[in-house]
Write a protein that binds this ligand. Structure first.
Ligand code: 3HB
Length: 327
C-alpha cells in the first residue's frame, strides 16, 4: 500500500513538473497591423530577439505583421479570448472601450514630437494603462507612437472651408472622428492597410496620417498636397492578453513587461529622432506643403472639447502635465 502511494506520489510529481515546464517555455504570438518595414514591426521583431535572449532561449515570439491575424478589432477579441498573446496596437479599439483614453487625442494637446513623447512617458499617461485589465481584458505594458498627424489631400486645403464635405480617411475610432466631424469634413474610417487603395481609387479625398507612413507607403503618389498640422499625437500601446498574463509567473511577467516596454519606447525615440528629417524628405517630393496651426481649427477644437472633456476626465491632468513639460 505504502509502495503504491509512493509510486502514485512520484507519478503526480512527474506530471506536475512536466506541466510546470510546458507552462514556462512558450512561443508567444504577437500581432500588429503595420507592414514589415514600419518601425512598429521592426521593434516587435527587436522585442522577440530581446525576450529570446533574456530568457536564455526559453521563450520565443512569432510576429504577425500587416494584419495577418485580422484587423485590430479582431485581434482585440483574440487577445481577450487568450488565443493571441500580444499585440502592438493603435489606441483605437482601447479608446472605443475606455473613453478616458480619448484624452490622448485632444487636438494640439502637445506642440511637437518631443513633448508628445515626454507626455506619453509621464505618469499621467502611464496611469491610464491601469484601467485596461478590468475594462478591456488586456495588460497595457507601455506606449510607443506613430508621430504626429498630418493631412495629405488631392486638392489643396488652404482655408478651413476647404475641409467642408471632404472625405477624409481616419483611423477607425471616435475621438478622431469627432474632430473631423467638427471641422465639417466627412470622416471615412479605414484601417491603415486599406488606405492606399482607397486613396488611389477615389474612395477618399484626403487622409489623416503621419510622416513616416506617408513616406513609407508612398501615399504622396496619390495625393500631392501636404498640410503639416501636427494636430494630434498618435500613441501606440504594447499589450499582453489578460488571460495569458494570468498564466505567467512573476519572473516571466517582469521579463516580458520590461522587454516589451523598452522596445515600445524605442519606437518613440525613433520618431523623435527622425521627425525633422522625414518632414524634409517629404518637402523634397513633388508636392505642395502648407503649414497650419491651432487657429486654423479653432471652432472644431472647441466642439471637440465640449464632447470629450466630460467623457475623458484624464484630460485635465494630461493638460497640466503637458504644460509642465513645455516649461
Ligand atoms: C493609422 O494611420 O491608422 C496608422 C498609422 C501608423 C501606424 C498605425 C496606424 O503609422
Amino acid at each position: 500500500m505504502n509502495k503504491l502511494k509512493t509510486l502514485m506520489t512520484a507519478a503526480v510529481a512527474a506530471s506536475l513538473s512536466v506541466t510546470a515546464f510546458t507552462a514556462q517555455a512558450r512561443d508567444f504570438r504577437l500581432g500588429l497591423i503595420t507592414p514589415q518595414p514600419h518601425i512598429w514591426t521592426q521593434e516587435a521583431e527587436g522585442f522577440a530577439e530581446t525576450l529570446a535572449e533574456r530568457s536564455g532561449g526559453e521563450h520565443s515570439v512569432s510576429i504577425f505583421p500587416a494584419q495577418q491575424l485580422g484587423n485590430e478589432a479582431q485581434m482585440v477579441q483574440q487577445l481577450q479570448a487568450g488565443s493571441l498573446d500580444m499585440a502592438f496596437l493603435t489606441l483605437a479599439e482601447i479608446s472605443n472601450r475606455i473613453p478616458d483614453f480619448g484624452a490622448l487625442y485632444a487636438p494640439f494637446l502637445v506642440e511637437d514630437i518631443d513633448q508628445a513623447a515626454a507626455l506619453l512617458r509621464s505618469e499621467a499617461a502611464t496611469d491610464l494603462l491601469e484601467a485596461m485589465p478590468a475594462q478591456a481584458g488586456l495588460v497595457g505594458v507601455g506606449y510607443g507612437m506613430a508621430g504626429m498627424r498630418q493631412i495629405l489631400s488631392r486638392a489643396p486645403i488652404e482655408t478651413a472651408e476647404d475641409l467642408s464635405g471632404l472625405k477624409v480617411r481616419i483611423t477607425p475610432f471616435d475621438p478622431i472622428r469627432d474632430f473631423y466631424v467638427a471641422t465639417g469634413a466627412a470622416p471615412t474610417p479605414l484601417p491603415l492597410p486599406a488606405v492606399y487603395d482607397a486613396l488611389a481609387n477615389g474612395q477618399v479625398d484626403a487622409i489623416d496620417m503621419d510622416y513616416d507612413s506617408i513616406r513609407l507607403i508612398k501615399f504622396y503618389e496619390q495625393a500631392d498636397n501636404l498640410v503639416i498640422a501636427n494636430h494630434m499625437m498618435f500613441p501606440m500601446v504594447a499589450v499582453v492578453s489578460g488571460r495569458v498574463w494570468a498564466q505567467l509567473d512573476g519572473e516571466d511577467r517582469e521579463l516580458i513587461r520590461s522587454a516589451m516596454a523598452e522596445h515600445a519606447d524605442n519606437v518613440m525615440t525613433h520618431f523623435q529622432e527622425h521627425h525633422e528629417a522625414w518632414g524634409a524628405e517629404l518637402r523634397q517630393q513633388d508636392i505642395t506643403v502648407t503649414e497650419i496651426g491651432p487657429d486654423f481649427f479653432a471652432d472644431a477644437i472647441a466642439d471637440w472639447e465640449a464632447i470629450w472633456a466630460p467623457k475623458a476626465p484624464s484630460l485635465t491632468r494630461l493638460r497640466e502635465t503637458a504644460a509642465e513639460l513645455a516649461d
